[in-house]
Design a protein around this ligand. Structure first.
Ligand code: MET
Length: 413
């Protein structure tokens, strides 16, 4: 478990401990404004009686991508509430800047477009990635081309037109880990993007190990409550400027209400991640000792995600959980479980999915903040469930929810 002392920055970009930054970053001006909670600016446009001045500001943004001094002109350029979240996340990741988007996929899209617009259309990537990231790269939807490789093959896969190397660690959904420092070395001058959604900056700050770009689905741990969708890229200011230009041109902006919720989520991020990680580590130990489980995946790094392969029918477990919510996504205060082959990685070609370790018997669990004994009791009863599959009685509409409760369901849960 990290202590604040052990999380002291290895660079000079972050001067306060992570737990302090999580609470205070992006709020430094509030006291001077006479405020405690950050204000929410919902403006889509901003009045100005100086058209010549506005023209100059627009020219400046178009030329540099730098954040404007003064009001944003229009909400697609910038937003002050969202900017607070960007400032805070950059501090936590130890980067100069961060640029927020409407979703993690919008954020990844912007990164790919920045590089493709420079003629660098080739991407080298390591599987597994989140299924939609895999699909976006593999289907070439943005005119990019991907070479899939393992970490050892990265250097050989790089071409003159390679614009990006992409890894997830721990990876979705197998929790496979890559050595960021070693991979960054293999990348040479090609920027390394690390999807840090699963680890969060609480457990891992990829730029400290040589990554240039850090991607988050902010929908997950950063928001932390399952009620806000967003994405964010933490990076140097040069790359951030290009991302802002792409965001302005393509419009994948984060709504300011989402910016507010994400900033609020960051305040509790270290506490949530540490507490959920302790439960996940305990559950991974119990699952590893359980004869119903074929294999447990839990990262060396720790974290609040546990994946496991079962001997039985994974669909039956999904149908039988009662406390744990059977839903895709992750990083919320409540625990979620899903079957990657059916949902998060459904869009990946079956052969590619299987080859990257995402088998049909794999379940992925996002451990929340419930009591660990209650979670274990629910998992145990779901694993033991003799409930028929839902499709087994799909032609019996009269069946009520109460009748679907498994026989072994503990009383009162
Ligand atoms: C639409 S499916 C996946 C959502 C999310 N990225 C997850 O991995 O759970």
């Amino acid at each position: 478990m990290d202590t604040e002392a052990s999380m002291a920055p290895s660079t000079t970009t972050r001067s306060r401990a992570l737990a302090t930054e999580a609470v205070h970053a992006g709020r430094d001006d509030l006291a001077a404004l006479g405020l405690h909670a950050p204000p929410i600016d919902l403006s889509t446009t901003y009045p100005s009686y100086d058209s010549r001045g506005e023209a100059e500001r627009i020219d400046s943004f178009a030329a540099t991508g730098a954040r404007l001094d003064g009001p944003p002109v229009y909400a697609r350029l910038d937003n002050p509430t969202t900017a607070r979240f960007e400032t805070a996340l950059a501090r936590l990741e130890g980067t100069a800047s961060a640029v927020a988007f409407a979703s993690g996929m919008a954020a990844l899209t912007a990164v790919l477009l920045v590089r493709a617009s420079m003629g660098l259309r080739h991407v080298v990537a390591v599987r597994p990635l989140y299924g939609c990231s895999d699909h976006l790269l593999g289907a070439g939807l943005l005119g990019t081309e991907v070479t899939w490789t393992d970490p050892a093959g990265i250097a050989d896969a790089i071409r003159p037109d390679t614009g990006l190397v992409m890894v997830e660690t721990p990876a979705n959904p197998t929790l496979a880990e890559v050595d960021i420092r070693s991979v960054a070395h293999s990348c040479g001058s090609v920027p390394l993007l690390v999807d840090n959604t699963f680890a969060t900056p609480v457990l891992q700050r990829p730029v400290e190990h040589g990554a240039r770009i850090v991607l988050h689905s902010a929908t997950k741990y950063l928001g932390g409550h399952g009620d806000v969708m967003g994405g964010v890229v933490a990076c140097d200011e040069e790359f951030a400027a290009r991302l802002r230009q792409v965001r302005f041109a393509t419009g994948g902006v984060l709504h300011p209400m989402a910016g507010y919720l994400l900033l609020r989520g960051l305040a509790t991020l270290p506490v949530r991640v540490r507490a959920a990680s302790a439960s996940a580590a305990e559950l991974s130990r119990r699952l590893a000792a359980d004869p119903r489980i074929a294999r447990v995946h839990y990262p060396e790094l720790g974290g609040a995600m546990v994946s496991f392969e079962i001997f039985g029918d994974p669909h039956r477990v999904i149908a039988a959980v009662r406390l744990i919510t059977p839903a895709v996504s992750l990083g919320s205060v409540d625990s979620l479980i899903q079957h990657p082959a059916s949902i998060s990685h459904r869009i990946v070609d079956e052969g590619d999915r299987q080859a990257s370790g995402v088998g049909d018997r794999l379940l992925r669990m996002s451990v929340g903040l419930e009591d660990v004994e209650d979670l274990w009791a629910d998992l145990c009863q779901a694993l033991s469930s003799e409930e028929p599959l839902r499709q087994d009685f799909s032609d019996s509409p009269a069946r009520t929810a109460a009748e679907t409760v498994p026989k072994s369901r503990p009383a009162g849960r």
